[in-house]
Design a protein around this ligand. Structure first.
Ligand SMILES: C[S@@+](CC[C@H](N)C(=O)[O-])C[C@H]1O[C@@H](n2cnc3c(N)ncnc32)[C@H](O)[C@@H]1O
Length: 350
């Protein structure tokens, strides 16, 4: 229909429309270039301002992690799915290994920080292989979403792990089943830097002998990049680690120490690393990866800023960094980025 319309246009109109379209594209590109140039100058100026110091954390109020998945943007759900899918085959191989080590025909599993249950369902849906699957999360709305899926051997409970740990609550007794595998993915770093070890020790006590405690986590230091924008990436990472309510962004490096303090024997611990680089990604893949690794930080800084107006400067800075970084990350073919996630599991030998 458009072609017919176009063919019937007088040639003068055709020429005018082509010229107008071309001019608009040139103008839009020029405006974008001007904007990026302006942001670059502003960022350079900021860098030289002495009073601007993110490392001066003492000036920021401290608050334990206050991650609220249910009330976060839908992008956060998408980000968690994306994360779980990327690492799926790597994780399934380790779960096969774990299944063999457990040497129980249908091991029972407890998922800590299970959210809406989708990771547990994805990893443990094979009822010929896995036994009862329990999940706990402190957000009741996520637990009711999880339970609404109504899968027979799955049950989810609203529990705050910090509270259970303090009360030394007997989970095995509560479930009426032994727990062979405790599965914690992307959750321990939200449970308070000071509480992590106590929680892991508590979970360890809940495990059967020869049971396994599995943790998947990350460390922001395992996010490298090489481009003229690397400093901005590093700064963005620092901002997201410094804001009140931030999770433990450097948890990955602690996994070995945490597990060795449970088993006292490195031979009972297995660790592995899942690395991702951007070199063969399409622009679309890079866009999703950018949101997963960097973009989400701005959402977090924004919600924190709504509660703590004193971080206004950090919020503005993070917004500018994202605005400048995102198109470069996606469209500049020489932008190199690498990230790593860690998994670690320990076998409870009697
Ligand atoms: C980043 S999400 C990870 C969800 C899921 N395990 C995954 O891999 O996608 C962290 C989850 O831990 C839960 N969580 C945080 N603190 C908790 C606590 N103290 N007790 C129980 N769950 C908690 C959050 O509600 C959230 O659902």
């Amino acid at each position: 229909m458009f072609l017919e319309f176009w063919n019937n246009l007088p040639s003068l109109w055709k020429t005018i429309s082509i010229i107008t379209t071309a001019l608009s594209v040139i103008l839009a590109l020029y405006l974008r270039w001007l904007r990026i140039k302006k942001i670059r100058i502003e960022l350079k100026e900021k860098q030289t301002e002495k009073e601007y110091k993110i490392s001066d954390k003492a000036s920021l109020p401290y608050k334990e992690s206050n991650y609220d998945l249910f009330n976060s943007t839908t992008q956060e759900f998408y980000r968690l799915r994306y994360q779980a899918n990327r690492i799926k085959s790597f994780e399934l191989q380790h779960l096969d290994n774990i299944h063999n080590i457990l040497n129980v025909s249908k091991p029972n599993v407890l998922d800590i920080g299970c959210a809406d249950g989708s990771v547990a369902l994805d990893r443990f849906h094979d009822s010929k292989k896995w036994g009862k699957i329990f999940g706990i999360d402190n957000q009741a709305s996520l637990i009711s979403q999880a339970n609404s899926k109504n899968i027979s051997n799955f049950s989810f409970y609203t529990f705050n792990i910090n509270k259970l740990c303090k009360e030394n609550f007997d989970l095995k007794k509560h479930f009426g089943e032994p727990i062979h595998l405790i599965f914690c993915t992307m959750s321990i770093h939200h449970m308070g830097k000071k509480n992590q070890l106590a929680i892991l020790k508590y979970l360890w006590r809940q495990l059967e002998n020869n049971g396994i405690l599995y943790i998947r986590s990350f460390d922001d230091s395992l996010k490298l990049s090489c481009s003229e924008y690397s400093d901005l990436i590093d700064e963005l990472i620092l901002i997201s680690a410094s804001i009140p309510g931030a999770s433990d962004r450097y948890h990955g490096r602690k996994l070995f120490n945490q597990l060795i303090s449970l088993t006292n024997n490195a031979q009972n611990i297995i660790m592995d690393y899942f690395m991702t680089d951007t070199i063969h990604m399409t622009n679309e893949e890079k866009e999703s990866y950018f949101q997963y690794a960097y973009g989400f930080r701005l959402d977090r800084v924004k919600t924190t800023y709504e509660e703590y107006p004193e971080i206004k400067e950090l919020y503005e800075r993070a917004s500018k960094i994202i605005e400048l970084l995102k198109p470069e990350f996606i469209y500049n073919d020489s932008f190199y980025a690498l990230s790593g996630e860690s998994i670690a599991y320990a076998i409870k030998k009697s």
